[in-house]
Design a protein around this ligand. Structure first.
Ligand code: UD1
Length: 421
């Protein structure tokens, strides 16, 4: 297993390009299943989650070719199993997003139940209830859920809670339903909007994506398209924190600033200068960071996927900060590792009290999930001495060659291949 080794203390300076968004690419790859002709996606990030989705699409009968520009030809799916197996769903929960498209286009889908994962139970009850409202018949057996419907029919459905994947799954299914669907209390994340843009390009009739109500007028068929994935707001936010805590000055080229208001305003509250320009976002770290209070919320609130990284910023601030996680249970697994590096963080239920500033000192730490890994890399950038981050396969799910891209900014960071865990 690879590890990342960082010698901290340097100031980051220069320019870094933000790559395509993982959370936009994954559902859009699934959307290609709704069509009858090939789709080409550009700016696809080279991440292990994207590779896993490619593998799943191939198992379903698609031809998937290319890397940065990926073409998916779904014409072999009709002969396939219409099944997402446990081996793939367990490594990537977003695999369940093939459910809506398969059901709508082929009348059947069989998906392994995702089960628990490192950041909480993460059920899919809302996906299933939404699809049931559209007329799906659902059966559970041997850890799999099987859905069937001759043709889905439009319906009104109100989500009990805001779910990104649930909104995407049901919205995709409704594109090919007979009649109109009205989805209420939907997720407003930019990745839901981008998916709606893609589906409309394919010939769907969706209104309201980006608000809390989405209306979909069903159509008979959709066709493949060409689309560029939007840049990753979470990757951009992570690099912004890296610049901020190293007292750096970094231009995040192509940062999707319109989708980053909550993160930018927290950075500004901490005293970080954020300059929005035609090429992206320039982030300038202050001499002294101010403490902040962060509460994670569905978009446009503060994203849970930036919680761990912003906590590192809070540990560097002069005073007491508080971070409250309201989206996922058990999403503080980075805390014990950050404490081993020297942070003073106390967790009580879903709230963490952070006392800074921290004098981080490098040691060996273990990545536990994707964003937790990012927070350990960030802490490593400011730690005295050497920090070794192990189990970086978590990091590789969401950040493409992070070490190669941070190095030109002045970071002393490298990957050691094949190290023991
Ligand atoms: C997506 C993102 C993930 C992000 C999360 C929240 C992708 C591939 N992943 O995950 O990076 O952290 O949104 O912004 O886009 N829930 C239920 N029942 C359901 C569905 C969800 O109770 O049927 C709960 C979950 O357990 C969680 C909350 O709702 O507590 C939000 O989950 P959801 O928005 O669905 O997250 P994902 O789509 O899995």
């Amino acid at each position: 297993m690879d590890k990342i080794v960082i010698n901290g203390g340097g100031r980051l300076e220069g320019e870094i390009r933000v790559f395509g968004a993982k959370n936009a690419a994954l559902p859009i790859l699934c959307a290609s299943l709704l069509t009858d002709t090939p789709t080409t996606l550009r700016h696809v990030p080279q991440l292990s989650d994207v590779k896993t989705m490619g593998k799943l699409l191939r198992e379903l009968g698609c031809q998937v070719e290319g890397e940065r520009a990926v073409t998916i030809d779904p014409r072999g799916v009709a002969q396939g199993s219409l099944m997402a197996p446990y081996e793939l769903v367990k490594t990537m929960r977003a695999s369940v997003t093939v459910m809506g498209p398969l059901l709508a286009r082929y009348g059947k889908a069989e998906i392994s139940l995702p089960g628990g994962c490192a950041i909480g139970a993460r059920p899919i009850d809302q996906h299933l209830r939404g699809l049931e409202a559209l007329g799906a018949e659902i059966e559970m057996h041997h850890g799999y859920v099987e859905l069937r419907a001759k043709r889905l029919r439009g319906a009104r459905f109100v989500f009990d809670l805001v779910t990104v994947g649930g909104t995407q799954n049901v919205m995709m299914a409704a594109t090919l339903a007979r009649g109109t669907t009205r989805l209420e209390n939907v997720a407003r994340e930019p990745e839901v909007q981008d998916l709606a843009v893609v589906l409309n390009k394919m010939g769907a009739r969706i209104r309201g994506a980006g608000t809390s109500v989405i209306e979909i007028e069903g159509v008979d068929n959709l066709t493949g398209i060409d689309h560029a994935i939007l840049p990753d707001r979470i990757e951009a936010g992570t690099f912004a924190v890296a610049a901020a805590i190293t007292k750096g000055d970094v231009l995040l080229r192509d940062a999707p600033v319109d989708h980053m208001h909550a993160v930018i305003s927290k950075l500004e509250e901490a005293g970080v200068r954020c300059l929005v320009g035609p090429h992206g976002l320039r982030v300038i770290g202050p001499e002294v960071l101010q403490p902040i209070d962060v509460v994670t919320r569905p978009h446009p609130g503060f994203p849970t996927d930036m919680q761990a990284q912003m906590m590192v910023l809070a540990t560097m601030a002069d005073g007491q900060s508080m971070v409250t996680e309201t989206i996922f249970e058990n999403r503080f697994m980075h805390v014990p590792e950050l404490c081993r590096l020297g942070a003073n963080i106390q967790v009580n239920g879903n709230a963490a009290v952070i006392r800074g500033p921290t004098d981080y000192s490098g040691t060996t730490v273990m990545a536990t999930d994707l964003r937790a890994s990012a927070s350990l890399v960030l802490a490593g950038l400011v730690a005295k001495g050497t920090t070794e981050v192990r189990r970086v396969y978590h990091l590789d799910r969401g950040y493409e060659t992070i070490e190669k891209r941070l190095r030109p900014l002045g970071a002393n960071i490298e990957r050691i291949h094949g190290a023991s865990s």
